[in-house]
Structures are given as structure tokens and as C-alpha cells.
Design a protein around this ligand. Structure first.
Ligand code: ACO
Length: 322
């Protein structure tokens, strides 16, 4: 039996943290540190300098993950980058990452565009490749520069997001690792969270900035996160009581608390890192995972429940033994 195991994690945050007060002052926002902290739990975020792209952030996170796994780029035969803010329309951020890593072994490389669920989508896809026997060592990365698609005049959205990347190395193993996964979408909700612009004749038509109905997103997110968590637990024959760590998409502390409550998972078993990196979309779960592994909170052998929800709408979860 072939299983998929995480053999290493890595992450990267660009530059210095930008606190709420500094962000408000820089953009002349009618907001306050108190409002942002109370409604979201976010105190600071990192913003990539001009010219720094998602594949640059992905490269740093990948190097850390490969080092932790004791692997080199030459060992990797599959590269999946989850991003909604790729460097170019094409080629993919994954192809650019492959080039930057110096992987010249013809590893398959492609992007997954499922917004904040992208990392869980990527894990689910890579798991199927590895279990099939077709691939042995995958790099799955979430990397975003959401600061590029924010309207800095819209206080309802621009305070919520940040830039960063997180990565894992997945390897074929005879020991159980990823236990069950599920991913879903319902495109009828495309209107409540989107960047409704496009390239046409060399110019952007429509609106190139992120637009969101925050309350609609909140309600939808809490419901599907609880549903998909129960789905993967049921598929693995486990209960929430057996989960050592819940690692939800880091969008908002209140969404995470509400989800943990619905699942009867104690708040202290829920990893929360959104406070110091904001919502980094596809990067948020692997960032939270890597930080907690390196801090010694997450230990080998523990059961982790990773779950995400994002624009589309998309959602998904992965239950694993670390
Ligand atoms: N500072 C001060 N006031 C603000 C700010 C701000 N940054 N943003 C909005 N407000 C104001 C609004 O204009 C409104 O003012 P009004 O009453 O005069 O009209 C008031 O605050 C309340 O606005 P609401 O939108 O009702 O505030 P709410 O309590 O819903 O909080 C928030 C807004 C934080 C966006 C919340 O809806 C939320 O967390 N939604 C989830 C969205 C989310 O996390 N999205 C992340 C992307 S999606 C994802 O990753 C899955």
C-alpha cells in the first residue's frame, strides 16, 4: 500500500511586519487598530516589495521545506503551486518555481487556482498522484501577493490580507500520512468574493481589485468548513476528539473560533497565526503549519485537520497523521 506523508515544511514572509496603525496611516484609512483586531484578530501583515512575485516567495518557502525534508530539488517529480496571484498570465508560477529551484528533471509543474482553498486542493491532487505510484516526491506550495489586488481605498477589504508562502514536501511511504481528503466547489457564489477583471486587448477590463460581501462570506465559510471537516473525519473513521490540531485557513479569528466550536474542538487545539500575517489566501494553511512545526507545537505522529474555503466558492479539507 502506498501512502503520502509530509516529510518537510517551510514558509516565508517578505519584509518587515506592517502593523494596523502603520497601514491605516500609509493609506489614510478611516479605520482603527481596535476595529481591525476586534473584528478579525489581525494585528499585522507582511507586504512584498514592488517586483517581488509569488514564485519568489514560493522559492524561499520551498527551499526551507526541502531542507527540512532532507531533499534537493532534483528529488522532486511534481510541483503544484496554489495561487490566485501568479507572476504572469502564463507560464504558471509552478513552472517559474521549477526554473528558480534549478530542477531540470522534467518534473510536472502546474498551478491550482482555488483561491484560499488552493493549498488543500493541491494536497488532495498530489496525494492522488503519489498513491497511484506515478510520482514519488511532490512539492506543494501556497504562495500569494494579495497586496497587488487590493483596493487601498476600500477599508472593508484592504486591512484583511497579506503576502507570503508556505510549502510542504510530500513523499510516498509505507506508513500512513494523509488519511482522507475532500474538495468541493459551488460556483453560484462567485459574486460574494471575486476579482472581476480580465485582460482584453492588452488592457484590464472590469475591476482588477478584490471585492467581497464580508457577512455573506462569513456565514458561508463557517458552514462549509464544519461540513467538510466532518466529511473527512467520517471517511477516515475518526472523530473530532482524535484531532490534535485544527489548522483552518487563516482568514479571520472569528471564523476559526466559530468553526472549532461547531466541531467541538477546543480553541487551544486550533492553530491561529492570522494575527501576524493576515489572510494570505492559499499560503495561509502551510504558513500556519510550518510555524507550528518549527515552534515545536506540532509533533510527529499527531493528527492534523487542515481545511480551507475561498472564492468560487471552493472548500476542502485534509486529515493527516504528521
Ligand atoms: N475599519 C472601520 N470600519 C470598517 C472597516 C474598517 N477596516 N471595514 C468596514 N467597516 C465598517 C463598515 O463600513 C460598516 O460601517 P456602517 O455600519 O457605517 O455601514 C461597519 O464597519 C460594519 O461593517 P460590516 O461589514 O457589517 O462588519 P462586520 O462585522 O461584518 O465585519 C468583516 C467585516 C471583518 C469583513 C467580516 O464580515 C468578516 O470577517 N467577514 C469574513 C470575510 C473574510 O474573512 N474574508 C476573507 C476572504 S474570504 C476567505 O478567505 C474565505
Amino acid at each position: 500500500m502506498i501512502y503520502t506523508r509530509i516529510s518537510g515544511t517551510g514558509s516565508y514572509l517578505p519584509g518587515e511586519p506592517v502593523g494596523n496603525a502603520a497601514l491605516i496611516a500609509a493609506h489614510g484609512l478611516d479605520s482603527s487598530d481596535e476595529w481591525i483586531v476586534e473584528r478579525t484578530g489581525i494585528r499585522s501583515r507582511h507586504l512584498a516589495a514592488a517586483g517581488v512575485t509569488s514564485s519568489d516567495l514560493a522559492l524561499e518557502a520551498s527551499r526551507h521545506a526541502l531542507q527540512a525534508a532532507g531533499r534537493t530539488a532534483a528529488d522532486v517529480d511534481l510541483i503544484i503551486v496554489a495561487t490566485s496571484t501568479p507572476d504572469y498570465v502564463f507560464p504558471s508560477a509552478a513552472a517559474l518555481l521549477q526554473s528558480k529551484l534549478g530542477n531540470i528533471n522534467g518534473a510536472a509543474a502546474f498551478d491550482v487556482q482555488a483561491v484560499c482553498s488552493g493549498f488543500v486542493y493541491g494536497l488532495t491532487i498530489a496525494d492522488k498522484f503519489i498513491r497511484s505510484g506515478s510520482h514519488k516526491c511532490a512539492l506543494v506550495v501556497g504562495a500569494e501577493v494579495f497586496s497587488r489586488i487590493l483596493d487601498w481605498k476600500d477599508r472593508g477589504t484592504c486591512v484583511l490580507f497579506g503576502d507570503g508562502a508556505g510549502a510542504v514536501v510530500l513523499e510516498a511511504s509505507d506508513q500512513p500520512g494523509l488519511l482522507s481528503s475532500a474538495f468541493h466547489a459551488d460556483g453560484s457564489h462567485h459574486g460574494i468574493l471575486s476579482v472581476p477583471g480580465q485582460l482584453c486587448g492588452g488592457v484590464v477590463t472590469g475591476d482588477p481589485f478584490l471585492r467581497m460581501d464580508g457577512q455573506a462570506v462569513f456565514k458561508f465559510a463557517v458552514k462549509v468548513l464544519a461540513d467538510v471537516a466532518n466529511e473527512v473525519l467520517g471517511a477516515a473513521g475518526m472523530t473530532a476528539a482524535q484531532v490534535d490540531w485544527l489548522i483552518p485557513h487563516q482568514a479571520n479569528v472569528r471564523i476559526m473560533q466559530a468553526t472549532a466550536k461547531r466541531l467541538h474542538i477546543a480553541p487551544e487545539n486550533c492553530i491561529v497565526t492570522v494575527g501576524h500575517h493576515g489572510n494570505t489566501s492559499a499560503a495561509s494553511i502551510p504558513l500556519a503549519l510550518d510555524e507550528s512545526v518549527r515552534a515545536g507545537r506540532i509533533q510527529r505522529g499527531q493528527h492534523l485537520l487542515l481545511e480551507g474555503v475561498g472564492g468560487g466558492f471552493t472548500w476542502g479539507a485534509t486529515l493527516l497523521k504528521f
